[in-house]
Design a protein around this ligand. Structure first.
Ligand code: PNS
Length: 182
């Protein structure tokens, strides 16, 4: 089928790193669209753990079983990227009520900017709906087990990265307790 006739969706995000929750949303989107572009946003205001290339490589490796998936990066407005990609829809995962306000605001603003592009919210599975890249990074940084929350290549990358950092910058402060004598 020519690319112009394919039903194309863009799934944008920071993906720093991709989690099982993101993967769940991508798999759901692949059941609805012929072409799903997972688009890693360049965001200079947000300090990232992984480079754009590392994030794209990881997404590409964990979605290799999904033929509809393409991995891209974009700079600038999301709706411009979607238009230039021939996408009719933006996909966002909605995990909980706490996501709603931000997502609603973004969806309405994107609609103002590009009325022809719809935002579609997909609900991830209950097993993944508590996950976030931020929490995964925090757990990995503190030496916790992240393998239940991210695909194996992501777990391996984060473990290696933080193990190297811990070796280079060992923790100097020990937890302390003040005991009061009675
Ligand atoms: O995974 P995130 O960090 O919640 O994703 C946010 C993202 C990348 C989707 C959002 O920041 C975005 O769309 N950035 C591109 C710039 C843009 O179009 N801004 C206007 C949004 S209304």
């Amino acid at each position: 089928m020519p690319k112009a006739q394919l039903r194309t969706a863009v799934y944008p995000g920071s993906f720093d790193p991709i989690t099982n929750g993101h993967l769940d949303v991508i798999e759901r989107a692949c059941r609805l669209f012929d072409r799903v572009i997972v688009a890693v946003a360049h965001n200079e205001q947000k300090a990232a753990l992984l480079s754009i290339d590392e994030r794209m490589q990881l997404i590409s490796s964990v979605t290799s079983h999904l033929k509809a998936v393409e991995v891209a990066t974009f700079d600038g407005l999301l709706v411009e990227f979607a238009r230039n990609s021939g996408a009719s829809t933006l996909i966002r995962g909605l995990r909980a009520v706490s996501d709603f306000e931000y997502e609603f605001q973004m969806a309405l603003m994107n609609r103002r900017l590009a009325p022809e592009i719809e935002t579609l919210f997909l609900t991830p599975s209950e097993e993944t709906s508590f996950l976030s890249s931020r929490l995964v990074k925090e757990i990995a940084r503190l030496g916790g087990e992240i393998s239940p929350f991210v695909p194996p290549p992501v777990s391996k990358t984060l473990k290696t990265l933080f193990a190297t950092r811990r070796k280079k910058y060992p923790r100097t402060r020990n937890p302390r307790t003040i005991t009061r004598r009675k």
